[in-house]
Design a protein around this ligand. Structure first.
Ligand SMILES: Nc1ncnc2c1ncn2[C@@H]1O[C@H](COP(=O)(O)OP(=O)(O)OP(=O)(O)O)[C@@H](O)[C@H]1O
Length: 205
């Protein structure tokens, strides 16, 4: 269980959110929603342990993130706003870099799942924006981490790609994983309840 207690985030003299409380359980798919600048990315970064809150805390399995960094990094897959892949490497080399535990066959299968068959060995820099995003998303097919925190994973992804991803999120939830994501796109109906957490525009202090 991921537990958020009394979380307050202030950026640039603005309270983005304060006294935020929620829990994310095994099997949950949670969408963080809100207008541009509401603090969605800031919240995801706090949940991932990449930044510190002004007040409040985030606990994973009852323990504060700061007290179990190694375990948390094993249990978390965080995909940020940018594709986060290495441009000079190929899709295959990127997956091998991030998932040394996986063999070539598994990496090829993950690239096939995101429709990158035929592009496996081309430099990422030469791929389209959506294809670059797909290289990052292929990591979801290889990851054993129970917690996926995904900042706008659907950006630049076409309709078929979005449906495939939703199916993968549902499978992950069915296996007991959890998915926390942001997106400005309306999500297609998935055969799984989607929870929404709304952030509103913050106030200036
Ligand atoms: N490190 C920082 N220093 C100063 N201001 C910051 C920092 N990080 C975020 N902000 C500000 O906090 C606000 C919220 O940013 P954030 O990226 O969390 O919003 P968002 O809801 O993800 O927006 P979008 O929908 O546009 O992606 C913005 O006004 C941003 O300028």
């Amino acid at each position: 269980m991921l537990e958020v207690t009394s979380l307050t985030c202030i950026r640039d003299d603005r309270i983005l959110f304060s006294d935020l409380n929620f829990t994310v359980n095994s099997g949950d798919i949670v969408q963080i929603e809100g207008p541009n600048g509401a603090g969605k990315t800031s919240l995801l970064r706090l949940l991932a342990g990449l930044s510190r809150a002004e007040e409040g805390e985030v606990r994973w399995q009852g323990v504060r993130l700061q007290q179990q960094r190694e375990q948390w990094h094993r249990d978390l897959l965080f995909l940020g706003h940018q594709p986060g892949v290495k441009n000079v490497l190929s899709p295959l080399e990127n997956l091998t870099f991030y998932h040394a535990e996986c063999d070539d066959e598994q990496c090829f299968a993950a690239l096939e799942a995101v429709d990158l068959t035929g592009f496996e060995e081309m430099a990422v820099a030469q791929l389209s924006a959506g294809q670059q995003r797909r290289v990052a998303l292929a990591r979801l097919w290889l990851s054993q981490a129970p917690v996926w925190i995904l900042d706008e994973p659907l950006t630049a992804i076409d309709v078929n790609g979005v449906e495939k991803l939703m199916m993968l999120f549902v499978q992950h939830a069915q296996r007991g994983g959890m998915v926390i994501l942001t997106t400005h796109q309306p999500l297609p109906d998935a055969a799984w309840p989607l929870r929404r957490i709304s952030l509103t525009a913050g106030e200036r202090i």
